[in-house]
Ligand binder design. Sequence first.
Ligand code: ADP
Ligand code: TRP
Length: 327
Amino acid sequence: MRILSGIQPTGELHIGNYLGATKNWAELQAKHDCFFMIADLHALTTPQNPKEFSKTTLSKFIELLAVGLNPEKCIIFIQSHIKEHAELAWIFSTLTSLSELERMTQFKDKAKKQHTNINAGLLTYPTLMAADILLYKTQGVPVGKDQTQHLELTRTIAKKFNSTYGKVFWEPETLLVKEGAKIMSLAQPLKKMSKSDTEESSIGVFEEAQSIQKKIQRAVTDAGKEIKYDPTKKPGISNLLTIYSLFSDESLSQAEKRFKGKEYSVFKKALADLLVKKLEPLRKKKEKLESRELYVQEILHQGRERAQSIAAATMEEVREKIGLLKA
Ligand code: ADP
Ligand code: TRP
């Protein structure tokens, strides 16, 4: 199956992004024909600092390699390097109605959040996302629940194009990441862990051991003493158990058994040790990649070339179907 997913180059990866997205990508690359993209053009819908932006983009690329994406098994590239994304997004914007775009919950949420900067890109964001996906004739898109509405619109756009101009695109499936992989904030366990939240609410994938230990120690727990998975009554402990289970590859009930009758502090210490043990190799890998500039440039180049040839071929078909005059 051909698979594509993307991530914006904002903020450092936290364990929520890792468990909910990138770890899953690393598993998919073994079985499928995978494309992973840094969505830098999407990130422009919120203001970015031009002096920092290229550095954060490169850094996110390195982070994806560090968490296990293998350039020999998948294609990793930067969205803005392939000009066809913007070109196809324009064409899709002519096939999408204003009301379809205005209905998107992400648009409504972001418009509220950044009410002094409701730029047109915030509204047309899904047509660019549809272009990202459809350009590569993608069949499956692994995303979190928050992106399912965008995927529905992507299928609508594919259908509309195919029926208007003739078949070019697949209607891709949404490959939903398992519900258990939704990691909550350490400070407010009823809210999801997010980059845009406070420092102590999340744990970075590349964080130093000491800082990880401190954050786990301070993580909010619940009344009572029992270490039990019960997200309604014990959201804090349940979240920590979920993290433990996903990093240790033990089921939740196995993890519960392991800590039965133990104090919260013993569990927290074990969780911190586990995180340090699992994350340390990723941090080392990132550091190593940061010192191998030529190698990273080579992979960037290779990803770009491979994505480019596919994108160009699809765009050629699109132009012909639409009847754009050949250059
Ligand atoms: P953030 O909310 O930290 O800004 P993004 O919205 O950029 O993260 O999401 C990047 C990817 O990580 C998406 O695939 C999203 O589904 C996943 N993701 C983000 N936060 C979590 C979380 N707390 N638990 C699981 N997956 C998450
Ligand atoms: N919109 C996605 C997010 O914010 C990122 C993204 C951009 C994406 N293009 C994509 C995801 C294509 C999947 C496929 O998380």
